[in-house]
Design a binder for this molecule. Structure first.
Ligand code: SF4
Length: 374
């Protein structure tokens, strides 16, 4: 199983779509859900306790998460050292990348995959995340590659306000060519806050995003004909899923294959639901096999896309900060994306049969961060 561990709720960035919106946010969530605001900002769980818990899992993967996890660099090192005897332990991390140059390379090398936030070109990344962010992050990636880090680095994009996905991803592909990133995933900033809802604006954004998504997908399919399978998680993840014939569960793994260790040692379904006891599934004294499983929200049960969508984002669908017509808009883009990938599956199968690409090219580690359905 995969487990995020929240090392701190604090962050050294003030991104427009996170800090910027939470500063403006006023909603009725406190009336509808319980919140545990007494949980500490910094993880208070002991390495020993985490170790005992993970030893009960045959193949545990621990994902350092925040806030910004590298603000707790000493804890990262303590956990890597203290958990080294846990059988089959793997480490992952989700970071804004600004402090990657400060972590000793010997520790960094123990973290097999890292998701690094970047939104595309310098101009957009700096607009969203602050002046100088792009150069700092890309500079740090050059540095850690030079120091010998050869694990997977996922470019973790947030698509917010600007729907030009194709243009931004195509830029990041140049950084894959340079050997900095290995893969790309993007998530849509839709439905996380009530303060940013405006039906006409969201509708226009989704229409433009869908056009850009289609453009990118068509380019990606063209590359398959040349024998190149670019690791864009929303595409390889959905293709792999459609090949498998499985009924999708929440594709990020939340509450069935991925849980989050909160700062006070509870196990919650999703890393952004850290202080929401309604979604707690156990704690560090639980056995991993006994953790409560969380199903998609009830509206998904009657949706004919559920077996491929899996229920998209558990948080967004549970808190419903947008009115029903806004929530429908969000689902409309998930449906558009699923139909788009499905429409080319016949060709992809033929390409595999011809030997141009292999089915194995679409295999990937599930649940370490990319949610697949954007
Ligand atoms: S498209 Fe919407 S309603 Fe349908 S399964 Fe996905 S999240 Fe649920």
């Amino acid at each position: 199983m995969h487990y995020h561990i929240i090392l701190t709720e604090l962050c050294n960035s003030q991104c427009r779509y996170c800090y910027g919106k939470s500063m403006r946010e006023e909603n009725d969530l406190n009336k509808r859900f319980k919140f545990d605001f007494d949980a500490p900002y910094i993880s208070s769980v002991s390495v020993e306790k985490v170790k005992e818990f993970l030893k009960r899992d045959k193949e545990p993967t621990l994902i350092f998460y925040g806030g910004e996890p590298l603000l707790q660099m000493r804890r990262v090192k303590e956990l890597i050292d203290g958990l080294k005897d846990v059988p089959n332990i793997q480490f992952r991390m989700q970071t804004n990348g600004k402090l990657l140059d400060k972590l000793d390379i010997e520790y960094l090398k123990k973290i097999g995959k890292i998701l690094v936030s970047i939104d595309g070109k310098r101009e957009l990344t700096d607009f969203n995340k602050g002046e100088g962010t792009y150069d700092k992050v890309v500079g740090n990636l050059r540095l850690i590659r030079k120091r010998g880090y050869d694990g997977e680095i996922v470019a973790r994009m947030c698509i917010s306000e600007f729907p030009d996905l194709n243009e931004q991803v195509r830029h990041l592909l140049e950084l894959i060519d340079e050997g900095l990133f290995s893969s790309i995933h993007w998530q849509l900033d839709l439905g996380f806050y009530s303060c940013d809802y405006d039906f006409e604006r969201v509708k226009e954004f989704i229409e433009d995003y869908n056009v850009s998504l289609k453009k990118l997908f068509e380019w990606w399919i063209g590359e398959l004909y040349l024998g190149r399978v670019w690791k864009l998680y929303p595409f390889i993840g959905m293709v792999e899923h459609l090949f498998s014939g499985r009924e999708a569960k929440l594709m990020c793994g939340a509450g069935h294959s991925n849980w989050t260790i909160t700062t006070d040692g509870n196990l919650v379904a999703c890393p952004i639901m850290g202080c929401m006891p309604d979604f707690y599934c156990g704690n560090l004294d639980s056995s991993p096999s006994e953790l409560r499983e969380i199903a998609p929200v009830s509206k998904c049960a009657s949706c004919k896309y559920l077996s491929d969508c899996g229920g998209r984002c558990l948080y967004v669908n549970s808190v419903e900060l947008w009115p029903p017509e806004g929530m429908d808009l969000i689902c409309s883009t998930a449906k558009f994306y699923i139909d788009l990938v499905k429409s080319r599956m016949g060709e992809i199968r033929l390409l595999i049969e011809s030997g141009a690409i292999g089915e194995k090219d679409f295999e990937y580690e599930k649940y370490f961060g990319p949610e697949i359905v954007p």
